[in-house]
Design a protein around this ligand. Structure first.
Ligand code: FE
Length: 195
């Protein structure tokens, strides 16, 4: 058995080498990163999903559309999803049923609607445990559900993306859609928090 003693290039040299190859093929990684960063921080934000939920809380016809044809509701609201996200399923939480989403394989979410997944969502600990002991995991994350509340865990796939519609909190009568939307966090749209 021999030992490879070839010195490893520094990160800077390796980065230079990768960029040289990309440029040679006409690719502009810096432009891509800038575009992606802008999309992620300014367009793919949980305020999109929060706006859908807040509108549904105040507009029964829109709520019906959102729950039965999520893609149509997204289009009506002027939002979009990547082509490979073929289905957008909205899960309504009630007093008796609490929905929570995950991706057991990796990190899939409806990211253009609820924002990019949090780091913990991508951790093996969350992905593997929430499907087996959801009540415990939610409790550890600060959400203690009543024993009689049924928990449903939804495993995202490449072509089916989910969003949780949290329950509208009490004491919010008379609030505008924008005021309601401001109450709704990314965690609530994933189902690891209530409002
Ligand atoms: Fe995934």
């Amino acid at each position: 058995m021999t030992t490879d003693t070839t010195p490893i290039a520094s990160i800077e040299h390796r980065l230079d080498a990768i960029q040289t190859v990309l440029h040679r093929h006409g690719m502009q990684p810096a432009d891509f990163i800038q575009t992606f960063d802008e999309l992620a921080h300014e367009h793919w934000v949980p305020a999109n999903g929060a706006g859908l939920v807040a509108r549904a809380w105040t507009d029964p016809a829109f709520k019906q559309l959102l729950l039965t044809d999520g893609m149509a509701a997204i289009r009506e609201a002027g939002l979009s999803m990547p082509v490979h996200h073929r289905h957008f399923v909205v899960l309504e939480n009630t007093l008796d049923i609490h929905d929570v989403i995950c991706c057991t394989l990796c990190s899939c979410t409806a990211f253009t609607i609820i924002g990019l997944p949090p780091d913990w969502y991508k951790d093996l600990a969350y992905r593997s445990r929430v499907v087996r002991e959801a009540r415990t995991v939610l409790s550890e994350m600060g959400l203690d559900l009543p024993a009689q509340t049924q928990i449903r865990v939804w495993d995202t796939t490449a072509d089916t993306r989910y969003m949780v519609m949290p329950q509208r909190p009490g004491g919010t009568d008379g609030m505008t859609v924008d005021q309601l939307a401001a109450l709704i966090s990314k965690d609530a749209l994933i189902g690891v928090a209530r409002i």
